[in-house]
Design a protein around this ligand. Structure first.
Ligand SMILES: C[S@@+](CC[C@H](N)C(=O)[O-])C[C@H]1O[C@@H](n2cnc3c(N)ncnc32)[C@H](O)[C@@H]1O
Length: 408
């Protein structure tokens, strides 16, 4: 959180301990603190406020920045979830010495774009005291719309303003995910027999891998290509919120039925794909995907990985397992031959040699030595890579903490 952000003239950075005196001096100026929080405070309160910033960084609670113009400290900014607005609220102040030069507009726009693009917020809110007409005018100019007033017994009315993220037009060149989903996944009869055919890979292995990478019980986890919920259901018992995404309605129906049967209220089913899922709200802690990404050709895999990176908080975790080829092109023939030798003979009980051949012919498994650079390019650091035979790879990856900043 709080990656370094830049606008034309401003630089937003995390505070360091060396900033204490400039922070305290800034808030001691009543023209600054007049409209902030509870208004001007004694110096000791400002000092204690400063030292509360660092636990916020450590616990990744929300974003707080020092605002610089060249090497001058000129302001303070936050983007934080609050109950008052039931969403993310933008808070900032600039030093009076730099007022009147358009820096408020520049700073607000930078924070709003960060909220929309990096945090994937659908709305950014601001609260402004009704007599603060300068701020109201600036926010109005930037597309914030007043949505309600909150009366205060002890002071002026607070006005809540909201700016919504513009809907993105569907690019006409986007791959039709349903056409690449594997026709069997859209067939209710196949879906009814899916669990028997695929078997029951132990979800504990995946959950422990996520835990080992620091994904805790409070986490939000997105499962792409969730299928019948073999991971999503056990994950919903372990993590605070699980979002199961799949393009195939029959798969999601089955998953939803099982989740309702178990009374899981923290599992949401979303009919969408790697390329079309739109996430509302704060960035997620982890993404899981198993045996699904190979449905996409390589160009689209990289776009999908980039979209996954866009969903994750900096430092967030991707756990991925897929059919990935860990060999050189010249080895294809013997590797596939031995793969087929180990295949099931009954198509109801497992994947047969014919199923594998169809997979190779019609789906888009790629080579390990092509896939790993795709992960790196999308901003991931590979923490673990394990291969089962020469055709199945499992990865635990962490989104580079500086990735959000690099993208902007
Ligand atoms: C082999 S199943 C794996 C299901 C589940 N991940 C598991 O391991 O039990 C592949 C799943 O990916 C889904 N899928 C295919 N293309 C997709 C896409 N572009 N976006 C999201 N899901 C997709 C299919 O509908 C199917 O449910």
């Amino acid at each position: 959180m709080s990656p370094t952000l830049r606008s034309d003239r401003l630089l937003l950075t995390r505070y360091t301990e060396a900033d204490e005196e400039r922070f305290v001096a800034f808030f001691a100026d009543e023209r600054v603190s007049r409209w902030m929080g509870d208004g001007p405070q004694p110096e000791a309160a400002d000092r204690s406020l400063f030292w509360r910033i660092f636990p916020i960084y450590e616990q990744r609670r929300f974003d707080v920045w020092a605002v610089w113009w060249g090497d001058r400290y000129v302001g303070h900014a936050e983007l934080k979830p609050t109950e008052t607005v039931n969403g993310h609220e933008l808070i900032y102040a600039l030093s009076p010495e730099v007022w009147g030069q358009g820096l408020g507009t520049e700073l607000t726009e930078t924070l709003v774009q960060y909220g929309f693009e990096q945090l994937r917020l659908t709305e950014v809110h601001a609260t402004v005291a009704a007599p603060n007409t300068a701020s109201l005018a600036l926010l109005g100019k930037l597309g914030f719309v007043p949505v309600r007033d909150i009366a205060n017994a002890a002071g002026p009315t607070t006005r809540v303003l909201t700016r919504s993220r513009p809907a993105r037009p569907e690019p006409q060149w986007r791959l039709e995910e349903l056409a690449h989903a594997g026709p069997e996944h859209l067939d209710p009869e196949f879906v009814a027999g899916f669990d028997r055919k695929q078997g029951h890979p132990d979800p504990a292995v995946e959950i422990s891998a996520l835990r080992a990478a620091g994904v805790g019980p409070a986490a939000t986890v997105v499962d792409f290509g969730a299928g019948t919920g073999q991971f999503a259901i056990p994950a919903a018992r372990e993590f605070a919120r699980v979002i199961a995404v799949d393009v195939a309605e029959p798969m999601l129906e089955r998953l939803q039925e099982r989740a309702s049967g178990e009374g899981l209220t923290n599992l949401e089913c979303v009919p969408a794909g790697f390329l079309s899922y739109e996430h509302a709200g704060s960035p997620v802690d982890a993404v899981f995907t198993r045996h699904a990404l190979h449905q996409l050709p390589d160009f689209w895999k990289t776009i999908a990985l980039q979209r996954i990176a866009g969903l994750l908080r900096p430092g967030g975790v991707l756990r991925l397992r897929d059919l990935i080829y860990d060999f050189l092109p010249a080895e294809a023939e013997p590797v596939f031959r031995s793969w087929f030798d180990g295949a099931a003979t009954d198509p109801a009980q497992g994947y047969t040699a014919e199923d594998y051949a169809t997979h190779i012919r019609t789906e888009h498994s790629t080579f390990r030595w092509l896939f790993e650079p795709m992960l790196t390019q999308a901003g991931f650091e590979i923490l673990t890579a394990e291969y089962e035979g020469r055709c199945f790879g499992s990865y635990t990856c962490r989104l580079h903490p500086g990735w959000a900043a690099n993208r902007s």
